[in-house]
Design a protein around this ligand. Structure first.
Ligand code: FAD
Length: 518
């Protein structure tokens, strides 16, 4: 069975028993990738339960360095989450709600530790939002069973997607594997179920007694990052200024984007030298912003209340946010795609290269293709890369270099501030032509044409590859072949590590023979 089925069956089996459990001295909300107070479904449910029973609400967050490792969480992302926790703790404290942050070194001990804490606090109800990654779903299923055995209750909520996975069915009754019909169905579903776009209030204030009964919990410190995830001092300061954490910042960015840039999103979104996108991905990935809130704000700034009408910029942006839902639905339905497997089995036969020198040149932004190098250096410097460039560098790695796309997927997770398993896997699957609804394998980006089209004056390249700053005009896209070889050489800029034309032929042959071998 799929992990989601394990969870559903555990919930169904324990439903009757859960009904009978009495609320103890407190209700607990377990925060995960939902680090916000507003429009948070499980937190809202927990708060309602606590209010009805007249008992305090306690927030819990488990730091598991082992999970950081298993999920390849980037240091810049760990830093963002820890900064966010500090803000969340402060916001909750203003409502007299404590946030207890517990470090558990081994993920296999998480379940028992959560139950021990519940016993200590005299709580019998735990609320949490579902995470759709395979291990997380399995863990939740196990927790539901364990809790039921101990007379405790865990209530889970679908919150991270606007339309919960499993609700949209294709004509044949299955899960859509192609985005466009899935998106039409997503829009239809939401127009018919407007309640899914209703925003949820933040929790109410705790009874005053919470300050004395749970005094110890208000004194909890947010732990530092584990040694191998620590940022240097300069980097930490720079990134904090660039990526302020927390839900207030997320709302500020969303409001500004809806007021100023969303209208021109359609024209500007592919131009990496313009700040034409929302820069909200880190907030979606950490749950400092709910996708529901974002789509509601976009829809409300439109002159029609439809999700697929009115201003083209707004429509396009909503359809991009929907990609995030799409990839999570895919992950739930075909969990193996996020377990290092291509969507279509025949793509397992492609013979990938594992050339270390090529991989290092790609990682370091030293491939001799300025647009690729600019993008990779942007990633290393600020933990984020423009979407157009993510597609260019992913295509370059998997096709021009014929390197195993999983190496690139992993490297992205290790460096992105917005690293999200499903979206990252979906993006790599698309660019390397191995995922659901992928780019056909014979469509291979020419990095020079991409550069000329999307960074015509080379502004993005000059920003991120400063040694090419002095190169004028179109030579910036390919200095060695366009009359600027002296300057490029003097600046120490590398020559192409592969020639695109030959690399393209090699990729076509490898894909064709791999796919046809089946
Ligand atoms: P905007 O253009 O403002 O879009 C708004 C939001 O819509 C984004 O914040 C994001 O949540 C969602 N979105 C937009 N495009 C996509 C998409 N193609 N797939 C899924 N969601 C999308 N996005 C991540 O959040 N985490 C990742 O780890 C990630 N890895 C990627 C890897 C590759 C190879 C590719 C091609 C794309 C990847 N993306 C990932 C999608 C996309 O590049 C980023 O979401 C986007 O660049 C974030 O910038 P923004 O917030 O300004 O986006």
């Amino acid at each position: 069975p799929r992990p989601i089925e394990l969870l559903n069956s555990a919930l169904a089996t324990s439903a009757a028993a859960r009904e009978k459990v009495k609320v103890g001295n407190a209700v607990v909300h377990w925060f995960k990738m939902d680090l916000r107070t507003r429009d948070n479904r499980a937190l809202y449910m927990a708060s309602e339960k606590a209010r009805e029973a007249g008992v305090p609400l306690i927030g819990l967050y488990i730091v598991s360095p082992q999970d950081f490792e298993a999920h390849l969480t980037a240091p810049v992302r760990v830093d963002f989450m820890l900064r966010t926790l500090e803000i969340l703790r402060r916001d909750l404290a203003q409502l007299d709600i404590p946030l207890w942050v517990e470090t558990v070194d081994n993920r296999s001990r998480v379940a028992n530790r959560v139950m021990d804490l519940m016993a200590e606090w005299g709580a019998s109800h735990l609320f949490t939002n579902i995470e759709y990654e395979v291990d997380e779903l399995r863990r939740e299923a196990k927790l539901v069973r364990l809790f039921a055995q101990k007379g405790l209750v865990i209530e889970v909520a679908h919150d991270t997607c606007i339309v919960p996975p499993g609700l949209l069915k294709s004509g044949s009754g299955g899960q859509y594997a192609v985005y466009s019909p899935w998106f039409r169905s997503w829009v239809r579903y939401l127009h018919d179920h407007l309640e899914l776009l209703e925003l949820l209030d933040p929790p109410g204030r705790n009874p005053e007694s919470a300050r004395t009964t749970f005094a110890k919990l208000f004194d909890c410190d947010i732990p530092p990052a584990p040694e191998n995830k620590k940022l240097g001092e300069e980097e930490a300061e720079r990134l904090e200024a660039l990526w302020p954490a927390g839900e207030h910042e997320a709302m500020r960015r969303l409001t500004r984007f809806c007021e100023e840039d969303i209208g021109t999103y359609k024209e500007n979104r592919n131009m990496p030298f313009i700040s034409g996108t929302s820069n909200l991905s880190v907030h979606f990935a950490s749950g400092t912003l709910s996708a529901r809130t974002a789509v509601r704000a976009a829809r409300d700034s439109n002159n029609t209340k439809k999700l697929d009408g009115g201003n083209p910029g707004i429509q396009t942006w909503i359809s991009e946010v929907a990609w995030r839902d799409f990839y999570k639905h895919v992950l739930v339905h075909w969990p193996y795609v996020c377990m290092n497997k291509p969507f279509k089995p025949e793509y397992s036969n492609i013979e990938w290269s594992y050339n270390r020198e090529h991989f290092d040149a790609w990682k370091e932004g030293c491939t001799g293709f300025p647009i690729v190098d600019a993008a990779m250096r942007q990633l290393r410097s600020i933990g984020w890369m423009h979407n157009r460039c993510r597609m260019i560098v992913a295509s370059f790695l998997s096709k021009d270099l014929l390197l195993d796309w999983r190496m690139g997927e992993r490297y992205f997770m290790e460096h992105l501030i917005d690293g999200d398993f499903a979206s990252n896997n979906g993006g790599w699957g698309f660019a390397a032509s191995v995922g659901v609804d992928p780019q056909p394998y014979f469509r291979i980006f020419n990095p020079l044409l991409q550069s000329e089209k999307f960074d015509p004056d080379g502004e993005y390249i000059r920003k991120w590859v400063p040694e090419l700053k002095g190169i004028k005009g179109k030579a910036i896209h390919d200095p060695y072949d366009r009359g600027a070889s002296g300057q490029a050489e003097k600046a120490g800029y590398p020559k192409h590590i592969v020639e695109h034309k030959g690399a393209r032929e090699r990729a076509l042959a490898a894909y064709k023979s791999g796919v046809e071998r089946d």
